[in-house]
Write a protein that binds this ligand. Structure first.
Ligand code: PGA
Length: 253
């Protein structure tokens, strides 16, 4: 499976009209300007998923993701959205474990349940991991990430054919929305370490796992990040809200 990929996390931004406009703009500039086509995943807020899917469904490289999912398939969970619902509105992926959701209460155990339900419904999890600034300063980066990945590195991890579907995103919390991108060397060091961990359980298959970098990626920083051997693309927040910036990032591969 090809590893390269670019994902847009629109977070809690835009109105319906704006989301539709941004989607159309991204799709049309992509089709006219991108020479080296890479797969794109757009992750709009829940209420816009169906409309964004409708606008992007005929663009061959585009897929739609939700920003989170409930761990149960249905039931009395007011305000929540289930995996079958996401599939029914055209999603093929879902972000799980974004640091903003971890901060709002998603625990490692809950996130494993979310990954399981996503895989059961053929949604590709985009699983986020990353350390805070204090953790980095205390030399805890690798131990924090190892804990966040512990289920994936254990014997109860998903079977290889499902593991291969999972997209991982290394997003140092200190780099998210701060304008402080990790240097290509800092990011590569962590990505290579993650891939090595995957190799210890998956063997050669680890070389096929997509590991994205996220955290203040801009058109200016993308090229050097994406040049790194273990960085397969980006999960882009702020810069994905401007079609021109997002496309420039897509040109950085
Ligand atoms: P940012 O967000 O690009 O605005 O830092 C990335 C993310 O949170 O996924």
């Amino acid at each position: 499976m090809a590893r390269k990929l670019l994902a847009a996390n629109w977070k809690m931004n835009l109105t319906l009209i704006e989301a539709q406009g941004l989607t159309s703009e991204i799709v049309s500039i992509y089709q006219t300007e991108i020479q080296k086509p890479i797969p794109i995943i757009l992750a709009p807020p829940f209420p816009f998923l169906h409309a964004v899917h409708h606008l992007a469904k005929d663009a061959p490289r585009f897929q739609i993701a939700a920003q989170t999912v409930h761990h149960e398939p249905k039931g009395a969970f007011t305000g929540s959205v289930s995996a079958p619902m996401l599939v029914s509105v055209g999603c093929s992926a879902v972000i799980i474990g974004h640091s903003e959701c971890r901060q709002a209460g998603d625990t490692d155990e809950l996130l494993v349940r979310k990954v399981k339900i996503a895989l059961q419904h053929k949604l590709r999890p985009i699983f986020c991991i990353g350390e805070t600034l204090t953790q980095r300063e205390n030399n805890q980066t690798f131990s924090v990430i190892e804990k966040q990945l512990s289920w994936f590195l254990s014997d109860s991890r998903p079977p290889d054919n499902e593991f291969q579907q999972i997209i991982f995103a290394y997003e140092p919390v200190w780099a998210i929305g701060t304008g402080k991108t990790a240097t290509p060397e800092q990011a590569q060091e962590v990505h290579a370490w993650i891939r090595e961990k995957f190799t210890s359980v998956l063997g050669a298959l680890a070389s096929q796992i997509t590991i994205l970098y996220g955290g203040s990626v801009t058109p200016q920083t993308a090229k050097d990040l994406f040049k790194q051997p273990d960085i397969d693309g980006g999960l882009i927040g702020g810069a994905s809200l401007k079609a021109r910036d997002f496309i420039e990032i897509a040109k950085s591969f």
